[in-house]
Design a protein around this ligand. Structure first.
Ligand code: 13P
Ligand code: SF4
Length: 320
């Protein structure tokens, strides 16, 4: 509508004026993803967001996603100004893995290589040997396992279980979960599959293991979009945040997409297939961030940043 058009026009002007670029995640609202596309920004998974931010020529990054994504951008580009539509947008995995408790867990197992998911605070990354995102986690753990390393994994237990099953690696796990993916239900998914036997099932590995077990493709958000394109099926059942449908539909315009069921038996769930923190990223908040940094800028303590940079760079180099 008219309001949105006006916001978009003002944001486009401000991006130019401030030498800023928009870096958005697939789970943000379609209008934000579209705006990032129209302004030569980036819409991607968390690994590519990190890379894009690091390599961008612009002086300011507007990271539309959740806090760990903004922090990662700042760790990689301390000389850039990193802004977020709201600093309140966190992640249940980050919240469920406070540094003091995690650090004590690591201290209790000094013989283990610490591998943490990118969905964590800068302080937790600074305590890690490796950072991984869902698109590269399997390969990195495979690599460490082949070197005979025992792993301490945190914080997502479902992603950890998936990787452990795939690689057979020795992994001691922190018991965190994503409030969105944790709600997908295997029994209801089986019923939906019975209704549409020709459909393929796409699952993000933050989902419970009995849901992952039913998948035709498991992967990060960008890997799932690829799978939607390349699988021969015309119908796809998707177990991840529904924000992804904007790009999936673009990538495979002739296919039909169905949301995987949450909550089972009509029961309600806490965050039915849409991340409440991703949803905080609106056009109004983006305009505010571009107008006044105050309350929108990401800062990472320099000592923490230098430590967190090591495992992050390790991941990016491995992925290159
Ligand atoms: P991706 O790296 O797959 O984009 O995942 C990030 C995330 O927060 C998923 O919930
Ligand atoms: Fe975190 Fe889950 Fe939201 Fe991703 S979808 S940001 S893992 S709470």
């Amino acid at each position: 509508d008219e309001d949105k058009l006006a916001y978009k026009a003002r944001i486009k002007r401000l991006l130019k004026e401030k030498n800023a670029v928009l870096v958005a995640h697939y789970y943000t609202d379609p209008e934000i993803q579209a705006l990032a596309e129209e302004t030569n920004g980036c819409v991607s998974d968390s690994l590519e967001m990190a890379r894009f931010g690091r390599d961008a020529d612009e002086q300011t990054l507007i990271v539309a996603g959740v806090k760990f994504m903004g922090e990662t951008a700042k760790i990689l580009s301390p000389e850039k100004t990193v802004l977020m539509p709201t600093l309140e947008a966190t992640c249940s995995l980050d919240l469920g893995c406070p540094i003091d408790r995690f650090s004590a867990f690591c201290d209790a197992h000094p013989d283990r290589t610490v591998v943490v998911y990118a969905n964590t605070s800068a302080a937790v990354k600074a305590r890690a040997d490796w950072v991984v995102t869902s698109s590269i986690a399997l390969e990195i753990v495979e690599h460490l396992d082949s070197q005979g390393k025992k792993i301490l994994w945190g914080p997502d237990r479902h992603l950890g279980t998936y990787i452990q099953k795939q690689t057979g690696a020795d992994m001691l796990m922190w018991q965190g979960a994503c409030v969105v993916h944790d709600e997908f239900k295997a029994r209801a998914l089986a019923a939906l599959k019975e209704q549409y036997p020709e459909a393929a099932i796409l699952v993000h590995p933050e989902s419970p293991d009995n849901v992952v077990a039913m998948a035709d493709a498991v992967g990060s958000t960008s890997q799932l979009i690829k799978a939607a394109q390349t699988l021969p099926n015309d119908k796809l059942i998707v177990a991840t945040d529904r924000g992804i449908f904007y790009k999936m539909q673009q990538a495979a315009p002739d296919k039909t997409f169905l949301e995987a069921p949450t909550g089972g038996n009509g029961a309600t769930c806490r965050s039915c297939a849409h991340c409440p923190w991703m949803a905080m990223n609106g056009l109004k908040a983006i305009e505010e961030a571009l107008t006044d940094n105050n309350g929108h800028e990401i800062f990472v303590d320099e000592q923490t940043r230098i430590k967190a940079l090591i495992p992050l760079d390790r991941m990016l180099e491995f992925a290159a």
